[in-house]
Structure formats: C-alpha cells, structure tokens
Design a protein around this ligand. Structure first.
Ligand code: AHM
Ligand code: MG
Length: 347
C-alpha cells in the first residue's frame, strides 16, 4: 500500500498522466454504450486510424525519400495527381479492404466505386474518402488532410451505389485528420459530439486531447479564395464586402485566413470560429468541393459541434443528395451566427 502511494506521488510529481484516453480506448468505451453493437464499426475505425498513421508517416518523410512532385497523371475529378496522392489512396484502399468491414469505397482518386466482397457478407459499411485533400500544398510543407464519411449498408444490401449516394443526414460517422505540426484527428458519430485526438508519435497512438469540441458562436474571421471573386454571384460579393466594409457602425472589418487546404481551414474555423466558404460561381456553377468526401463529412462535424453548413442555395449541406459519386456543391460552413449572416444575403 505504502509503495502504491509512493508510486502515485512519483507520477504526480513528474506531471505524468497514467490514465490516457487513446482512440482505441475511446472506441471500446463508445461501443460498450451501444447494446446491439457488434464491434464491426470499431474494427473499421481501427483500420481507418492505421491509414491516418501511415499517411502521416509518409507525408513527414516526403522530402527525404523523393515523394514530392507529380505522379504524371490526373484523377477522377481532373486534378493533377501527386506521388503522395497515389500512396495515400493505396494505403487507404488496403486498410479498408483488409478491415473486412468495408463493402465499398469511394475515393477522390478513383473514378469508380471499389467493391470489396466478403465471403460471409460481414462487411456492412460504405466509406467515402479524400485520402489527401489539399495536395497542391504538399511540396510546400503546408498542412493537408484526409476526410472520410461512413454509411451503413441498407438492410439486405451487399453493397451498391445506392448505399453511398445518400445525403449526409444518413452518415453514421465522419471526420478528418489534419497532418500539420502534429496529426489531428477529428471524429463525430451520428447524434454524438465531436472529439479531437492528437497523434503521439512516440506512443503511435491518437490521444484524446480535445473532448467535446464546440465551435464558438461567432468570430470575425473569413476564409475563402478571393481570387475567384470575379466569377462570384452578386450576393456572394455583397456578403464578403459586408465583412470587409462593415456598415453596422462597429467599423472593424473581419480578418482573412485562407490556407487552400480545406482540412486546415476547417480545423482552424472549428477551433477559433468564423466562416469557411467555397461558393459556387459563374465558372464553377456546382462549386469545387465534392459532396461525398469533402462537404458532407465536414458538415456533420460542424453541425455536431454547434455550427452550421449550407450549400450555395442555402440548403442544409447534410440534406444535399449527390447525383453521382464525385458530385460537387458550393459550401459555407462555420460558426452558427456567421452562417446565419450568409443566409441573410441570399434571401
Ligand atoms: P483537392 O481535393 O484536389 O486537394 O482540392 C480540394 C482543395 C481543398 O482542400 C481546398 O479548400 C480547395 O481545394 C482549394 O482550392 P483553390 O486552390 O481553388 O482555392
Ligand atoms: Mg479534396
């Protein structure tokens, strides 16, 4: 007993926490709260977290092992493909396949749906992902990320297009990992809160560092590619001008922050508040960002953290149904009040 007390004193004195909530522990605890849980979702998440760790590892080593630059091809949505895009995509596919729980996968890098047939039909999930979002920033060492959304197959289905061409309201879980100064994983589940984990490279574990994340209700920060303003619709121009040239007597304009990586811009917005937008415009009438693996998962995170997300027609982003797997939408997401302000310009 005495030595136990001495031990506790020693850990306290050293400022060491011995009761750490890893992602693995968090998932196990979440699973135990659901009576009918089979553990399949937990296993799928374990495969996901391995892909995040592996992608993070290769991004960190990219410059040293000649992984920067183009792979010499373009992807399903016509973007130049970086070598790391290919590696990230391959890692993600292998992780989903080997999990045995993923029936089908939509990736930004793949034109068609990838189906993983299992003998026993135990794969009950459909996953959409952008393995490395913001990859045009990679060679400059700027933060990029992986975005994912998870749907459950309809009863009786063994996996079909209809299992993934669903609105975000049907997502069972979604989130993203940002590969920045450290790898930050943000995860949310249907009807739940938003939790943030930081990859501790020495442990090789994601540690719960940001429990129950809530986005500030408002903040005077906007994040948009202003280089597109020539193509913006009038109400888009009016809205952003109102942030820069306030007429309400406060006299203080908003600050602009734009990284050009959705995951990094969204993560900052989630922590600090404000608004992130990639509006539809005259050049891109459907917007740039993809519904299944960019807009909907982010919208779920922001709503579950107390914020909002809408498309360029001001429809709730989570209710937008994609027409095809790489369908796009304009998007505004962020603090509750900031999105309300956007809506007032589009009435
Ligand atoms: P990607 O999936 O090809 O990387 O493109 C998506 C990225 C987002 O991360 C980011 O918000 C946007 O494209 C930036 O686009 P732009 O360079 O037009 O501002
Ligand atoms: Mg992307």
């Amino acid at each position: 007993m005495a030595s136990e007390t001495n031990g506790q004193n020693a850990t306290q004195a050293a400022g060491i926490s011995t009761d750490i909530i890893t992602l693995t522990r968090f998932l196990t605890e979440e699973q135990s709260k659901v009576k009918e849980a089979t553990g399949d979702f937990t296993l799928l998440c374990h495969a996901l977290q391995f892909s995040f760790k592996a992608i993070s590892y290769y991004i960190r080593r990219a410059t040293l092992v000649n992984l920067t630059g183009l792979a010499g091809q373009s992807n399903a949505t016509g973007d130049d493909v970086k070598k790391l895009d290919v590696i990230g995509n391959d890692l993600f596919i292998a992780a989903m396949k080997s999990s045995g729980k993923c029936a089908l996968l939509v990736s930004e890098e793949e034109e068609e749906i990838i189906y993983f047939k299992t003998e026993d039909g135990s794969a009950r999930y459909a996953v959409a992902c952008d393995p490395i979002d913001g990859s045009s920033n990679l060679d400059a060492g700027v933060s990029v990320g992986t975005i994912f959304g998870i749907h459950r197959l309809a009863d009786g289905s063994t996996g079909s297009k209809e299992d993934i061409l669903k609105p975000g309201t049907e997502l069972v879980a979604a989130g993203f990992t940002m590969y920045g100064a450290s790898a930050q994983l943000v995860l949310t589940m249907k009807g739940g809160g938003v939790n943030g984990f930081t990859l501790d490279n020495s442990f090789g574990e994601f540690i719960l560092t940001h429990p129950d994340m809530r986005i500030p209700k408002s903040r005077a920060i906007y994040s948009v590619n202003e280089g597109n303003s020539l193509y913006w619709e009038e109400h888009t121009k009016e809205y952003f001008n109102s942030l820069k040239f306030p007429q309400d007597g406060s006299g203080k304009p908003y600050s602009a922050r734009y990284i050009g990586s959705m995951v990094a811009d969204a993560y900052r917005t989630l922590l600090y508040g404000g608004i992130f937008a990639y509006p539809a415009d005259k050049k891109s009438p459907k917007g740039k960002l993809r519904i299944l693996y960019e807009c909907a998962p982010m919208a779920m995170v922001f709503e579950n953290a107390g914020g909002q997300a809408v498309d360029s027609t001001m429809a709730r982003m989570l209710e937008v149904v994609p027409e095809h797997i790489h369908d796009r939408a304009g998007i505004f997401l962020g603090s509750y009040d900031e999105v309300e302000k956007v809506k007032s310009f589009y009435k």
